[in-house]
Design a protein. Structure first.
Length: 112
């Protein structure tokens, strides 16, 4: 089972076990990461599951064609404090290959 680390707004880190086959948004909700709301339930119609992907993982989490969908880009335009590595975590499916993934919630201070 992959382990994913969240960097929270207060700077603390929370590492959770993530079930493969779920979206990163679902994993966030199941593990009490309150900053990842996911108001639309993963239907790509809000930006409340916005996270920052650690740069070491950024390319690995892109879709096969290497581009974020236009729909995700449109929703990210509504997000708070966008960064180069911003993604909607409802669009990222957890696989065993994601063991060690680090993400930060909006408002978290990072050095990346």
């Amino acid at each position: 089972m992959p382990r994913i680390t969240y960097i929270l707004k207060d700077g603390t880190r929370k590492t959770v076990d993530a079930q493969s086959g779920l979206s990163l948004m679902e994993v966030s909700q199941k593990n009490g990461i309150g900053a990842v709301e996911g108001a639309c339930g993963g239907s790509l119609s809000c930006a409340t599951c916005h996270v920052y992907i650690h740069p070491d993982w950024w390319v690995r989490l892109l879709p096969e064609d290497g581009k974020i969908s236009d729909q995700e880009e449109d929703m990210l335009d509504l997000a708070f404090d966008l960064r180069k590595t911003s993604r909607l975590c409802c669009q990222t499916m957890v696989t065993d290959d994601l063991d060690g993934l680090v993400v930060a919630v909006p408002g978290a201070e990072t050095d990346w």
